[in-house]
Design a protein around this ligand. Structure first.
Ligand SMILES: *Cc1c(COP(=O)(O)O)cnc(C)c1O
Length: 426
């Protein structure tokens, strides 16, 4: 792979490169373990003295190819594939924080992430402090203290569809002195590359547009490699000896790969939430057509949003590509190639009319998923977000009549026709 290849070429060709006589297409290394000739070879691997694979709980050649392609697409120095997007979010924070620590998180984020942050991290003594995009940089910074370890936000919030104000959040993270972690699931690196806008670490649910075909659950963490872990005393595990590896110091041994190596050799080693070879292969295959799909998803979604916006039975439409959107300016700045597949709208007649619309859909599937190439409609308040409290629902920007649509890559006239007849029935 050439570094100066454009993103479409990297999506197709990066980074697997077969040598003479090797398979043209990335092979699935469906093997739990790896063969070595001497005990010395293995010992060096265990001591992290040489790169290589020892056990598929920690690394695997197929997952490594997926990691390499994602790092190339996002412009990072390294990546770590995980068994799900939830795992990626979990490890991205756990790798920085311990009991007594906290981190700041944008309120408008994915429901599963809110659950992880509000329910599970507190059991480990790590707390999320929610901030909103309406706050000033100073107000965001004032929510931090000496125990703050990260700032977390989503590029395009699921399902609130707020576009992240990168400038504001990255400035706040910089003032606090912690890395800025961005969940870039909805835009994918084709539509937005957070590392170019001040993020330090990027996480994804690969289950969505990366796989793109609703075939495999997966996640990934990409390390921008630019954060200076020694610049303050907030990250002792990064700069002090790790007793579980004979006193190895991550920043000394791995330089700007310290974060992503530590995530793998501590967290993935101990939790075992690595991406399976078959799922890595599917995610990697999805990336080969990422740019083509994201272009079509985005142009179809804009047309559907425009159709819904002028429909008399539709109360409101949220899609940052619409000129009427409050985040239109931010979308033009950070998502110039398109705003991805997901839009939401509210039907006049509220919850009841919404339910009837859902029943009336023929082309659109009623499925709990986004990122699939097929059109999908969903009612979050009664499905994905039903565990959230009213306060959390409000923070996540979810109204009871909201219908979330994943606009697929079918012919857009067919999609509009389906919604038109379903609206007539509602
Ligand atoms: C789906 C999703 C996740 C969680 O990913 P899984 O692969 O389902 O574990 C995280 N963040 C966002 C924005 C998502 O849409």
């Amino acid at each position: 792979m050439k570094d100066n290849w454009k993103i479409e070429t990297k999506a197709v060709k990066g980074v697997y490169s077969p040598a003479n006589g090797e398979p043209w297409v990335l092979p699935i290394a469906q093997s739990t373990t790896y063969s070595y000739e001497t005990a010395e070879n293995l010992a060096q691997l265990f001591d992290l003295e040489v790169p290589g694979h020892m056990y598929s709980r920690i690394s695997n050649p197929t997952a490594e190819a997926f990691e390499g392609k994602m790092a190339a697409l996002e412009g990072g120095v390294g990546a770590l594939a995980t068994s799900s997007g939830q795992s990626a979010s979990f490890v991205s924070i756990a790798n920085l924080a311990r009991t007594g620590d906290n981190f700041l998180a944008a309120g408008a984020i994915y429901g599963g992430t809110v659950s992880l942050f509000s329910n599970t991290f507190p059991k480990m003594g790590i707390s999320a402090r929610y901030v909103s995009q309406e706050m000033s940089v100073d107000e965001i910074v004032s929510r931090a203290d000496e125990k703050t370890r990260a700032v977390f936000a989503e590029t395009l919030a699921n399902p609130a569809l707020r576009v992240l104000d990168f400038e504001k959040f990255s400035k706040a993270a910089e003032i606090i002195g912690v890395p800025f972690i961005v969940d870039n699931t909805f835009p994918t690196p084709y539509l937005c590359r957070p590392l170019e806008h001040g993020a330090d670490i990027v996480v994804h649910s690969a289950t969505k547009f990366i796989d793109g075909h609703a075939t495999a659950v997966g996640g990934i963490i990409v390390d921008g490699g630019k954060f200076d872990w020694g610049k303050n005393d907030r990250f002792p595990e990064m700069v002090n000896p790790d007793p579980s590896y004979h006193g190895l110091v991550y920043t000394e041994k791995f330089g700007n790969l310290a974060y992503i190596v530590k995530a793998r050799v501590q967290w993935i080693r101990d939790l075992g939430n690595y991406l399976a070879p078959m799922n890595a292969w599917l995610a990697h295959k999805g990336l080969e057509t990422l740019h083509v799909r994201m272009d079509r998803h985005s142009s179809n979604a804009l047309k559907v949003a425009e159709f819904l916006e002028q429909h008399p039975k539709v109360d409101w439409v949220t899609y940052p590509g619409l000129k009427s959107s409050a985040d239109y300016e931010l979308a033009q700045k950070y998502l110039p190639r398109g705003c991805s597949a997901v839009l939401s709208f509210g039907i006049k007649g509220g919850k009841e009319a919404g339910a009837k619309f859902m029943e009336g859909c023929e082309l659109a599937g009623q499925v709990i998923h986004v990122g699939d190439l097929r059109t999908i409609a969903l009612h979050p308040a009664t499905t994905t977000h039903r565990q959230l409290s009213e306060e959390e629902l409000k923070n996540a920007g979810i109204k009871p009549e909201l219908i979330r649509v994943n606009v697929g890559i079918e012919n857009v006239e067919d999609i509009i026709e389906d919604f038109s007849q379903a609206l007539d029935k509602a």
